[in-house]
Design a protein around this ligand. Structure first.
Ligand code: AMP
Ligand code: GLY
Length: 423
């Protein structure tokens, strides 16, 4: 089989690595890819939003399966474009990717189908939002409706802050058209867990749990980022929590989408908060998480290409989805200054070390080739993943492996997975 992967981050590197394990696969392409993905795939310079060029490439090269990694093309309808051209593609259609593409849609869906989530109101107009805030309880959470690179959520402690938030989202359009609508919701407290799942329209099979660290600095300080590290499984995601989520969240979400005429095929990523009153949905994503994928896929035993195909064919009920009984930790190596200003273009040393050690992976997020050398090319540069028999061992292994690699402005958090010490 020939497989095309669309995307260019650490998530797509992990997907490419996993797809390359499949005995069914002869050749992998990635559009546009990065310097690390090049090890498994031929990278082609087509952007993820260039649907016509992607479709033409898939046709010309007789691609058997295309896997979409990123949210923007999914929400924009890339799957519909492939299907209209008669091509096989893994991911939700536009009318289902709205689960991630509109927070107002997903909140209304949860309300209509009694799926537990924070209480909320949707607003199309800033004056109504400002009036609502006058009588609200604080802290309160403001969310731009559309995609905003994971940055469209503001937690406001005071009325003043919240008013400024409405101004910047709805009037100054800090997140562009994503802020044409807004959700204002109740602030919840608890542990956060990410659960990714495969869905074939009817059947849902969840992967092992993970936890992300979104803030830039140790102790969950600093600005929100795309994710500074992850661990899997989450020790807080107990059997009891899983039972609850299966019954009240996972299957009900798939059934709700079907009932709405928006059959979902692909990945549903459940961002959950384990509150004192039970698990609640924080958000849905319609794709693999980044950097959750970098700890989940290395622990997956099953052939991911078989699972992708079963989702497309509606035969997921016949698949055994299995994970190793161990743990993994991913520490992101970033460019100092990320997520604000940072320099790039620095040569990276030590990458060859990963070929010598089983159970260690270096997934590239922002790298490229320059004069035959691999150099830094983004805020998040590498995701260093290591496995271990348990979380403590995996964490020690991952942090040891971060020392193998060097580049000029290397920055990392030092407390990825620290929460596991509290278990
Ligand atoms: P989201 O993009 O919806 O996952 O939001 C990003 C982050 O904001 C989450 O990972 C949480 O840390 C936080 N967050 C979102 N919604 C809430 C909420 N209702 N209460 C507390 N924190 C929230
Ligand atoms: N790690 C969070 C996300 O992929 O949205």
């Amino acid at each position: 089989m020939k497989v095309l992967i669309v995307g260019s981050g650490g998530r797509e590197h992990a997907i490419a690595w996993k797809v390359a394990q499949s005995p069914k696969v002869d050749k992998i392409y990635c559009a546009p890819g990065n310097a690390g993905i090049e090890e498994y795939a031929e990278c082609v310079p087509i952007g993820a939003m260039e649907f016509d060029r992607l479709v033409a490439f898939a046709k010309e090269n007789a691609i058997d399966l295309t896997v979409i990694g990123m949210d923007d093309p999914l929400v924009g309808g890339v799957v519909d474009a492939f299907e209209e051209a008669g091509l096989r593609v893994f991911g939700p259609r536009k009318n289902a990717a709205i689960l991630e593409g509109s927070k107002a849609f997903s909140k209304d869906l949860m309300k209509k189908y009694n799926i537990p989530t924070a209480a909320y109101e949707n607003f199309d107009d800033a004056d109504a939002a400002l009036a609502y805030l006058e009588t609200a309880k604080f802290p309160i959470v403001l969310k731009a409706d559309g995609l905003a690179l994971g940055k469209g959520v503001l937690i406001c402690n005071t009325l003043e802050e919240a008013k400024e938030g409405v101004q910047s989202i709805m009037l100054d359009k800090q997140f562009g058209t994503a802020g044409n609508r807004m959700v204002i919701e109740e602030f919840m407290t608890g542990r956060e867990v990410s659960v990714l799942s495969f869905v074939d329209g009817n059947t849902i099979k969840t992967m092992t749990s993970a936890q992300d660290h979104k803030r830039a600095k140790d102790g969950d300080q600093g600005l929100n980022t795309g994710g500074m590290g992850t661990f899997s499984p989450s020790p807080f995601y107990t059997e009891e929590v899983d039972e609850f989520c299966k019954k009240y969240i996972y299957q009900p979400t798939v059934d709700a989408m079907k009932a709405e005429g928006r059959e979902f095929k692909g990945i549903i990523f459940f961002g959950l908060m384990l509150t004192a009153d039970g698990p609640r949905v924080l958000e849905y994503n319609a794709r693999f998480g980044d950097p959750e994928t970098q700890v989940v896929l290395p622990r997956m035993k099953s052939d991911v290409v078989e699972v992708f195909e079963a989702c497309i064919d509606g035969t997921l009920d016949q698949v055994d989805l299995e994970f190793e009984d161990n743990a993994a930790v991913c520490v992101v190596l970033a460019s100092d200054g990320y997520p604000l200003k940072y320099d790039k273009g620095f040569p990276i040393q030590g990458l060859e070390e990963f070929d010598k050690h089983e159970g260690y992976y270096c997934f590239h997020a922002g790298t490229k080739f320059a004069d035959g050398k691999i150099v830094t090319n983004g805020g998040r540069v590498l995701g260093v993943t290591a496995k271990g028999k348990d979380l403590k061992e995996a964490r020690a292994n991952a942090y040891a492996a971060t020392e193998w690699v060097s580049f000029e402005n290397k920055y990392k958090r030092n407390d990825i997975g620290k929460a596991i010490d509290e278990v």
